[in-house]
Design a protein. Structure first.
Length: 397
């Protein structure tokens, strides 16, 4: 029976709590609160009610039949997280954390965001629950993501551009940490993926595991059995852990995470921490990182902003080491090709992040017989990516 992390947040040699002493109190408080409410029937009922009435869960599973027929191999199925309110899986997790914030009596929420998707999800739930919302974002990212900034402001959030360092995600993260230390009495820090110090990786995984739990009932209803393969794209790794976790104790189900190979692993311009990185410490936990020989974090690249992160959640590092999940990577070009095919053949515009997982599903399906099934977590819709796709296709909007 798989039972990780341990009491101190370790997934084997990964995870843990690598933070300054000033943050230890806040993390202890969060750990105790989560332990208290995690199995509380009233908390679970409220979480499920929000997922049903605000998010629209359960999300359906869809058989991509036309595409599967065209490929002529395994049958491909999509878990439709793109149909959630706000268009992706991120909302599942922010609801869980916001409910904890309410129970802790903390009316002020902070978060950091790179592409803006986690910022929008957080601003959404703060509006829903009447919580104050401050979003830290590198000033370079603020320039690049004008639409998401406007969304957050419409939802009532304050967006704080961060001018230090490279003015991107890691600088926004440092700023959010500083804010948290200073205002811990009334402030809850909502992290958007399965990374950060314990208890975040386990807590975010638990909130997202509603995805896989639904699949475990839905797949037998649709196909008579569990899938042979479960695939998901991996940035920080939250949509992947959400669909993988409930399947870990089904040894016949193969789990495959798909990272961003950018221009190709060999070019060095990628974001594939598990496929091409080495273990180290970043953002409060030990995990695989894209770093140089001196342990300096290197610049990453991906066409999808949501996969463009130099680390990965520590549980994925562990699943890789114990060989329970496999990890592979897909280039920008292959992801874009899968994006266009998915639009044309299935009538679904997927997020560019998701398109990485879809691209690998197609490659894999070709090698398998027709009675095998591949379940892909369709983590989000692609409306946010129109500009990027048009630019790469040399179309002027
Ligand atoms: C943010 C995002 C991702 C990447 O984050 P994970 O934590 O790896 O899931 C993937 N897909 C979509 C649609 C996203 O918005």
């Amino acid at each position: 029976m798989y039972d990780f992390p341990d009491q101190r947040g370790h997934f084997g040699p990964y995870g843990g709590v690598f933070v300054s002493e000033t943050l230890m109190y806040a993390l202890e408080e969060l750990k105790e609160t989560y332990a208290k409410f995690q199995h509380d029937p009233e908390f679970i009922a409220e979480f499920n009610s929000e997922l049903k009435h605000f998010v629209g869960r359960p999300s359906p599973i869809y058989h991509a039949k036309r595409w599967s027929d065209e490929i002529g191999g395994a049958q491909i199925y999509f878990k439709r997280e793109d149909l959630n309110h706000t268009g992706a899986h991120k909302i599942n997790n922010v609801i869980g954390q916001a409910l904890l914030a309410k129970r802790m009596g903390k009316p002020r929420i902070i978060a950091e965001t790179g592409a803006g998707q986690h910022g929008v999800a957080t601003a959404t739930i703060c509006a829903r629950f009447g919580l104050e919302c401050i979003i830290y974002m590198g000033s370079v990212d603020v320039e690049r993501q004008a639409q998401n900034i406007y969304r957050m402001r419409l939802l009532g959030a304050t967006v704080v551009p961060v001018e230090s360092g490279s003015k991107t995600l890691k600088d926004a993260l440092n700023e959010a940490m500083r804010d948290w230390v200073t205002n811990v009495e009334n402030t809850f820090y909502i992290i958007g993926t399965v990374a950060g110090p314990h208890p975040y990786p386990a807590m975010v995984r638990d909130f997202q595991s509603v995805i896989g739990t639904e699949c475990i009932t839905q797949m037998p209803e649709m196909t008579g059995r569990q899938p042979d393969y479960v695939l998901a794209c991996v940035g920080g790794g939250s949509n992947a852990m959400g669909i993988f976790y409930p399947y870990i104790n089904y040894p016949d189900v193969k789990l495959i995470g798909v990272e961003a190979a950018g221009d190709g692993i060999a070019t060095g311009r990628h974001a594939a921490a598990l496929c091409a990185g080495t273990p180290g410490v970043l953002h409060g936990n030990r995990t695989y990182l894209i770093q140089d020989a001196n342990g300096q974090i290197m610049e990453t690249h991906s066409v999808s902003a949501g996969l463009d992160y130099p680390g990965v959640g520590p549980e994925h590092a562990w699943l890789k080491d114990i060989n329970r999940a496999q990890y592979t990577a897909v280039t920008d070009d292959d992801a874009l090709e899968a994006f266009h095919n998915c639009c044309r053949i299935e009538g679904i515009i997927p997020a560019l992040e998701t398109s990485h997982a879809i691209a690998y599903a197609c490659q894999l399906a070709k090698t398998l017989p027709k009675d095998q099934t591949i379940l892909v977590n369709l983590s989000g819709r692609g409306d946010k990516d129109m500009h990027t796709v048009a630019q790469h296709t040399k179309v002027k909007l």
